[in-house]
Design a protein around this ligand. Structure first.
Ligand code: ADP
Length: 464
C-alpha cells in the first residue's frame, strides 16, 4: 500500500503539540510493511544536514529518512512562506497552507506514481482533497482514496476566496454558498466535503462535532457527511513514554514491577523533582497540570485545582506555555500570589524533559478540558502510574473511567472540580483501593500498534 501524509507538523522536526506526534506515530506504525511518505513544509528552523535536494518550477524539495519514514520537505524559491521561526501564528497562515496544499500535489504529480491513500491532517492540508478531485486528477495524478483526520475542529482556516485566486484556483467555487458559508472559504470544510473518509480523533469527539457547541460552525457540514465520519483514538509512542527506560528519570519502574516498587520509585522521583523545582520535600499528594494554557484546556479550572489542592494539603505543579496574553497575565498573577509557597511550582515554558519528570513523580494529573478531541496527557499518565483527574469529554471520556483508572467529572464547573479533587485525595490515602487503580492504569495499552490496526482496517475497507 502506498500511503502519503500531508501535514503541517511532524515529530521530531517540526512540532507544536499532539498533531506532530500523531502523524509521526501513524507514519512510523505503517512504515515497516507499507510504502509511507510524509510531506511537510520546510520551515527554516529545520536543519537538514544529510538531505537530498532537488528543484522543480519554483519549488525546492528536500528528502530525508527519519526512522523508517520517507520525509519530504517542501519550500518555495519564490515566496517566503516557510522561512519563518514558527510553524503558525502569522497573518498569512491561510496563504501559506493553501500554497502548501497545492504544491504538495504538484510535487506528487511530477513524481508520477500512483497513490493508494492520501492522508490529510487538519485544515492546513484539507484543501488538497478538493484540489485533487477538481484539478490534479484531470492532470493525471492518480490517488485512489483520500482520508482526512481531524485533530481539532476549532481551527478551520477560514478566509477570503481571493486567497485561492492568488494561486490561480477559482476561489468562489469553494464557498459552498448554498450550504453553510457566506462569502468565505472554509479550508477544513473543503476536506469534509471532498475526502472519502473523515476520522475524528476519538469516537466521542466524532459525535460531539455534530453539535452546535462543538462543531464550531461546521456541525451541519459534518451532519451532511455523517456516513463518511468515524472516530479513532490516537496512540502514544510507548518507547518514548516508557518509565522503565526513560532517560530523563532516575528511578525506573514498569507494569511488571510489584506495586510497592512502583510507589517507592515514584516517591524517589518526587523527591528529586521537588528539589529541582525548589519545593518542600515531603510526601503530600502531588497534583500536576501539563499542557498548553489555552481556553481549550480550561485554565480557570487549572487555577481552581491548584487552590483546592492547596486547601486539601497537597502540592501542585503547573508546566504550561501560552501565546494568549490575558491567560499569561492571569498565571503570572497566580505565580506571584504563591511565590512564597513551597508546595506550589508554576513553570511557563515548553520543556520536554521536565514533563517526563512530572509524569514520573506526580500522583495525579489534572485534565479539566473544555473540549478535548483525544488528549495524550491521560495516556502518558497511565504509563507512569499517575492518576488522571479528567473531565468526561471527547477522548478523555473514551479513556478515563471514574474510580477504575482515574477520576472523572462531568460539568465544566469549579464546584464539580473541587469535589473530585477532594475525593481523589481521600482515595489516595486508602492503599488497598489505590493499588488496584494503579495496576489498572499501568496496564492500559494505548500504543500505536493498537491504533494502526484500526487505521489499517479503514484503509482496507476504502480500497477493497
Ligand atoms: P494538545 O495537542 O491539544 O496540546 P495533547 O494532550 O493531545 O494536547 O498533547 C499534548 C502533548 O504536549 C503531551 O505530550 C504533553 O506532555 C505535551 N506538552 C504540552 N505542554 C507542554 C509543556 N509546556 N512542556 C512539555 N510538554 C508539553
Amino acid at each position: 500500500m502506498r500511503i502519503v501524509h500531508l501535514s503541517a507538523e511532524f515529530f521530531p522536526v517540526s512540532t507544536v503539540g499532539g498533531l506532530a506526534e500523531v502523524v509521526s506515530g501513524l507514519a512510523n506504525g505503517f512504515a515497516e510493511e507499507e510504502n509511507v511518505e510524509v510531506i511537510i513544509p520546510k520551515y527554516s528552523f529545520i536543519e537538514l544536514k544529510e538531505a537530498r535536494k532537488s528543484c522543480f518550477d519554483d519549488i525546492e524539495v528536500f528528502k530525508i529518512k527519519i526512522k523508517k519514514v520517507d520525509l519530504t520537505l517542501i519550500d518555495s524559491l519564490k515566496v517566503d512562506y516557510f522561512k519563518r521561526k514558527k510553524i503558525y501564528g502569522y497573518k498569512d497562515d491561510e496563504d501559506r497552507f493553501i500554497y502548501f496544499s497545492n504544491i504538495s500535489l504538484q510535487y506528487l504529480l511530477n513524481k508520477g506514481e500512483e497513490i493508494d491513500i492520501l492522508h490529510l491532517h487538519d485544515w492546513h492540508t484539507s484543501l488538497s482533497a478538493a484540489l485533487y478531485k477538481d484539478i490534479f486528477k484531470k492532470k493525471g495524478l492518480k490517488i485512489k482514496k483520500i482520508v482526512l483526520t481531524i485533530h481539532n475542529v476549532k481551527y478551520q482556516g477560514e478566509c477570503s476566496y481571493k486567497k485561492l485566486n492568488k494561486i490561480k484556483i477559482e476561489g468562489k467555487k469553494y464557498i459552498f454558498k448554498k450550504k453553510f458559508f457566506l462569502r468565505k472559504v472554509n479550508l477544513l470544510a473543503c476536506g469534509v466535503f471532498y475526502s472519502d473518509k473523515i476520522v475524528a480523533v476519538s469516537p466521542t469527539y466524532s459525535k460531539e462535532i455534530l453539535t452546535k457547541k462543538q462543531g464550531y460552525g461546521l456541525q451541519n457540514a459534518f451532519l451532511e457527511n455523517r456516513n463518511k465520519l468515524t472516530g479513532i483514538l490516537n496512540g502514544i509512542d510507548i518507547s518514548k513514554w516508557d518509565p522503565m527506560n526513560d532517560p530523563f528519570i532516575r528511578y525506573h519502574f514498569s507494569n511488571h514491577d510489584d506495586i510497592k516498587k512502583i510507589f517507592d520509585n515514584k516517591r524517589l522521583n518526587k523527591q528529586l523533582l521537588q528539589k529541582k523545582l525548589k519545593m518542600k520535600i515531603n510526601n503530600k499528594p502531588l497534583i500536576s497540570f501539563v499542557g498548553r494554557l489555552v481556553p481549550q484546556k480550561g485554565p480557570a479550572l487549572v487555577i481552581e485545582a491548584l487552590k483546592q489542592t492547596f486547601k486539601c494539603n497537597g502540592q501542585f505543579i503547573i508546566l504550561g506555555s501560552s501565546t494568549i496574553k490575558s491567560i499569561q497575565r492571569r498565571f503570572k498573577r497566580l505565580k506571584r500570589r504563591f511565590k512564597l509557597n513551597k508546595d506550589v511550582s508554576i513553570n511557563f515554558l515548553y520543556d520536554e524533559e521536565l514533563s517526563h519528570l512530572i509524569y514520573a513523580a506526580s500522583d495525579f494529573m489534572v485534565i479539566p478540558s473544555l473540549f478535548e478531541p483525544c488528549g495524550l496527557v491521560q495516556m502518558i499518565s497511565f504509563r507512569y502510574g499517575t492518576i488522571p483527574i479528567a473531565r468526561e469529554i471527547g477522548g478523555l471520556k473514551d479513556t478515563v473511567f471514574d474510580e477504575k483508572n482515574g477520576f472523572t467529572f462531568k460539568k465544566f464547573s469549579k464546584r464539580e472540580l473541587r469535589k473530585v479533587i477532594k475525593k481523589s485525595i481521600n482515595f489516595w490515602e486508602d492503599h488497598h483501593k489505590l493499588d488496584k487503580m494503579i495496576k489498572n492504569m499501568i496496564n492500559e495499552n494505548h500504543s500505536w500498534d493498537q491504533v494502526k490496526v484500526k487505521y489499517f482496517d479503514l484503509y482496507k475497507n476504502l480500497l477493497f
